[in-house]
Design a protein around this ligand. Structure first.
Ligand SMILES: Nc1nc2c(ncn2[C@@H]2O[C@H](COP(=O)(O)OP(=O)(O)OP(=O)(O)O)[C@@H](O)[C@H]2O)c(=O)[nH]1
Ligand SMILES: [Mg+2]
Length: 335
């Protein structure tokens, strides 16, 4: 999308769909976005494009960050129209063009479906499942959430991927954008819940964990170029072994250069205010809601990890693909 001036239209142009099994962290990821942007302090912010989307942003953020509550399971499909607004290169633009500074806006039309809708048992085009497939056909960006904790226990990520993906491919068969047999979407594959002990330990065993010396909190991280290796390793230890198929299936359907991997956590690691930085012996940011309860709540302040990056990458990639489209059509490549 081109950077816009003045009031943004009520409908951001780039449809981005969240994709992942129930409980993989789709809604929490979105709920963490405001805080994630706030902590970066680089001028980017999230702004609702209309009243209901603004209300949802306030509600999701407040519930997670202030009250420490995780969102309830999503019912049907939620839609949030938000803008990422950045103040990039203000001074330079102003000096060069002698006109008022211009914000950079990335429109996100976000679909947050219930993970249940990706279940094969819902297959068929009727009802909300059909709407989900329609929405994927119309979106060009996908945030694909892979929950390693669910994979350790249930190992069903592949089941939640291949049924819907087959339907998506089937629906796009006649589209010129599918001419080379690859779907046109950009896919940000997000490994969620990096803060969980088993996920961290897997990354450590593979020696993929580093610490940025400039990070005042000393948080462990996995470099972007290593994220795919961690993904494959986590797929390899899934309960059914089927997750190994997930990586290959993604690469089979989507252009490899349009798939990027991110290691993420919506809540991040716990930081004891008295210590002020990451503590290897006490980093879990979840607490049981009540004694002997399976439900959890957030323990301390949230420090989202790689929540902004996938959305910025998708927003920028879709804007670039959109700009390149007329030239590609003129050259006869159809994209
Ligand atoms: N450790 C950890 N747990 C998380 C994180 N994000 C979410 N969770 C856990 O995952 C649960 C489900 O998160 P949701 O965001 O509701 O997942 P969803 O994918 O939207 O689920 P559906 O709406 O049912 O499809 C939460 O209740 C938390 O227990 C995270 O960053 N770290
Ligand atoms: Mg949800």
């Amino acid at each position: 999308m081109e950077p816009e001036r003045g009031l943004p239209p009520a409908r951001p142009e780039h449809n981005i769909a969240m994709w992942g099994p129930p409980g993989s962290g789709k809604t929490t990821f979105l709920a963490a976005l405001h805080i994630a942007l706030n902590r970066r302090q680089d001028g980017w912010k999230v702004v609702g494009a209309n009243g209901p989307s603004t209300d949802a942003l306030i509600r999701l953020t407040g519930s997670l960050a202030t009250q420490g509550h995780f969102p309830a399971a999503t019912r049907g499909i939620e839609r949030y129209r938000w803008y990422l607004v950045g103040a990039a290169e203000r001074a330079k633009r102003f000096a060069l063009r002698r006109r008022p500074p211009q914000d950079v806006r990335i429109g996100l039309d976000l679909l947050d479906p219930s993970g249940e809708l990706f279940d094969q048992e819902h297959s068929g085009y009727a009802g909300v499942h059909g709407e989900l497939v329609d929405n994927l056909v119309n979106s060009r960006g996908i945030v694909f959430l892979f929950d390693p904790v669910r994979e350790f226990e249930d190992g069903d990520a592949f089941d939640y991927l291949h049924g819907v993906l087959s339907q998506l491919a089937n629906r796009m068969l006649e589209s010129p954008e599918f001419a080379d047999g690859m779907l046109p979407h950009h896919v940000a594959v997000c490994i969620t819940k990096f803060d969980e002990i088993r996920v961290m330990e897997t990354a450590e065993k593979l020696r993929l964990v580093t610490v940025d010396p400039d990070d005042p909190l000393g948080f462990p991280k996995v470099e972007e170029e290593d994220a795919r290796d961690l993904f494959r390793a986590l797929c390899g230890v899934s309960a059914t072994g089927n997750a190994e198929l997930v990586h290959n299936t993604l690469i089979q359907y989507f252009r490899p250069e349009r798939v990027r991997f991110f290691v993420t956590s919506a809540v991040g690691f716990y930081v004891d205010p008295r210590v002020g930085r990451f503590d290897r012996d006490d980093y879990q940011n979840l607490l049981p809601e009540a004694e002997s309860s399976k439900a959890v709540r957030v323990r301390g302040t949230i420090h989202p990890i790689n929540v902004v990056e996938p959305l910025l990458w998708l927003g920028r990639s879709l804007a670039a693909a959109h700009r390149a489209a007329p030239a590609a059509r003129a050259a006869g490549t159809g994209r």
